[in-house]
Every structure is written in structure tokens, then in C-alpha cells.
Design a protein around this ligand. Structure first.
Ligand code: FUB
Length: 308
């Protein structure tokens, strides 16, 4: 065999080895549609699911975002698009003009998946936000809208996050426009139990609250107000509703004006899911990414290294 022939075989073998060794999809992980604001959860079937919002091309700000898809994986390499689960047209109490289906979340309780989504009820969209709920017995299909959470909403109050503690108590967090609130949910997952209260101690809070727990510490991750280049910051607490103590930057600016993330543990590794504009170069045509999170002995998190 010629030297050239041997070289070609070596290149082919090394390419195969690299392909076989790949343990994750490259960022952005979803490339056939635009997706943002990913809420990641691991459900009892052992798969990791993402509930993102869906940027519509061509965009008009974030006005035209009017439907949701769900994605899942079992190996962090292949991501399955389960298709559309809900659209603005299906929301009985929603604004007549549609659009504005922004950052959602999903929770599992009572053998039911509860999908929470912010959506305005009026033409004056930023003053009429509500937190809608759709339910299903399956994680990625058959969702039916069942109304909205009474007593919460109004100006800029978006981005619901539902956290369920080890004792089964569910908490709702949400907010935007510099205000974050948290409170208990009743067992029915549709009503607030008591009062929502302001979450203090979150330096430079903008929107995108996400709460999780690790080794007895509660963490609240959120987007800050850095101009045209929001970052994800975080605070921690010994109780689910604070008081919160600011801890630092979890994700520096991506190439996008907004930032929005979620944190999840999967197969022994902690991950941050977030979005950037790497595919479109436009802040309202975003794409979901993920990268590893590392923790220090004292429970603090290191700033995530963004991979391409
Ligand atoms: O995707 C629409 C809005 O942009 C979200 O609700 C915010 O968190 C920001 O990412």
C-alpha cells in the first residue's frame, strides 16, 4: 500500500474513534427550529426532557412566539423533538391576537405532568400576564389547557418555575421587570397556598427565575440586567423561599441580549441549560445549549464554560 493510502486509512480510523467517543451533542443542540428559555427535568422514564419556548422565524421582537415543542434525550447526544404540545390558539382565556407564549416550565405530581406557561389575557400584553396551566398524563404529548393560577400575574410577571421539595411541597416562582416572587402551591398544583412573597437578596434581578436544591442548599438562578448582554446570576438559601444571599455569576453573556437557564442533575453530572444566538446572530432567534456545572466544597458554583 502507498504512503497516501496508509494516511487515508489512519484519518478514517481517527475520525471514527472521535465520533464514537463523543458523549454529547455540540452546542446549540437543537438546530431545525429556534428554541429558548429551556427548563430541563429528568422524569421517571429515565430521560432528560427540555421544555423551551419557541422563537418564530421571521421574528417581531418576541411577539410571534405562539407555540411549544418538547425535546428529550437519554444520552445527551441524540435529542428527540416530540413535536408541538400547545399553542396560543388553544388558550381559552388568552389574548385574541395570540403570540406571547414565553418561557414555560413543567412539574410532575399526582401522577400528572403540569405545564406552566406565561401568556397575556389582553391586547395590552405586558400588563395582562397570567400563568397558564396545561396537564397531561404523559411528559411530551396530550396536554390540555386547564386555566390559569388565580391571584398571580400582571405587569411583566412572566417566567414561571415550579420546584418540588423532598417532602413533596411544591413552590411557584416567577417574575420579570426587576421583581421576583415565590410561594407555596396547593396539592392540586393549580392554586397558591397563602401569599406570594417578594424574593429579596437577588442582586440585579431581571427575570428567568429557576430554583433547585443540592445537598440541602437551595439555589435561585436568574437573569440580570446587563445591557444587551444579560448574564445568569445565582443566590442560595437554607430555605426554599429565602432569604437569598447573592453568590455570583453562573453564566457570562452569550452572544444574545436575553439569558435564561435551568439546572438539572443527570446520570451523576450537573448541567446548565441556556440559550444563545449562535445560529442566527439575532437576539430573538435563539437556540438551546447546555454545558457542565461544577460545584465547590462550600456549595458555590463555578462560572460555566460555554462550549461551541
Ligand atoms: O422568550 C421570551 C422571554 O425572553 C422570556 O420569557 C424571558 O426570560 C427572555 O428569555
Amino acid at each position: 500500500m502507498t504512503t497516501r493510502g496508509i494516511l487515508i486509512i489512519l484519518v478514517l480510523i481517527s475520525t471514527k474513534i472521535i465520533t464514537m467517543a463523543q458523549d454529547r451533542a455540540d452546542n446549540p443542540i437543537i438546530r431545525h427550529i429556534y428554541t429558548a428559555d429551556p427548563s430541563a427535568h429528568v422524569w421517571k422514564d429515565g430521560r432528560l426532557y427540555i421544555y423551551p419556548s419557541h422563537d418564530i422565524d421571521p421574528p417581531k421582537g418576541c411577539d410571534r412566539m405562539d407555540r411549544y415543542h418538547v425535546f428529550s434525550t437519554k444520552d445527551m447526544v441524540k435529542w428527540k423533538d416530540h413535536g408541538e404540545i400547545l399553542s396560543a390558539e388553544q388558550i381559552s382565556w388568552g389574548r385574541a391576537e395570540g403570540g406571547f407564549m414565553w418561557a414555560p416550565d413543567c412539574a410532575y405530581k399526582n401522577k400528572t405532568y403540569y405545564f406552566y406557561f406565561p401568556h397575556p389575557s389582553g391586547s395590552n400584553w405586558n400588563n395582562t400576564w397570567k400563568i397558564g396551566v396545561a396537564t397531561s398524563k404523559k411528559p411530551a404529548s396530550d396536554f390540555k389547557e386547564v386555566g390559569y393560577i388565580k391571584g398571580v400575574g400582571g405587569f411583566a410577571m412572566i417566567d414561571p418555575c415550579v420546584f418540588i421539595d423532598d417532602d413533596g411541597q411544591a413552590y411557584l416562582f416567577y417574575g420579570g421587570g426587576r421583581k421576583c416572587q415565590g410561594g407555596k402551591l396547593k396539592d392540586n398544583m393549580l392554586e397558591i397556598d397563602g401569599e406570594m412573597k417578594d424574593m429579596g437578596g437577588l442582586e440585579d434581578f431581571h427575570e428567568a427565575a429557576w430554583v433547585f436544591k443540592r445537598k440541602g442548599i437551595y439555589y435561585l438562578v436568574y437573569s440580570d440586567l446587563k445591557k444587551k448582554a444579560n448574564q445568569l446570576r445565582y443566590a442560595s438559601s437554607t430555605t426554599p423561599l429565602g432569604p437569598w444571599k447573592y453568590k455570583g455569576i453562573l453564566l457570562e453573556s452569550t452572544n444574545c441580549d436575553t439569558s435564561h437557564g435551568s439546572v438539572v442533575e443527570y446520570k451523576g453530572q450537573w448541567y446548565l441549560f441556556y440559550h444563545n444566538s449562535a445560529i442566527s446572530g439575532r437576539g430573538n432567534l435563539r437556540s438551546v445549549c447546555f454545558d457542565k456545572i461544577t460545584f465547590n466544597e462550600d456549595g458555590t458554583m463555578n462560572t460555566v464554560i460555554q462550549t461551541g
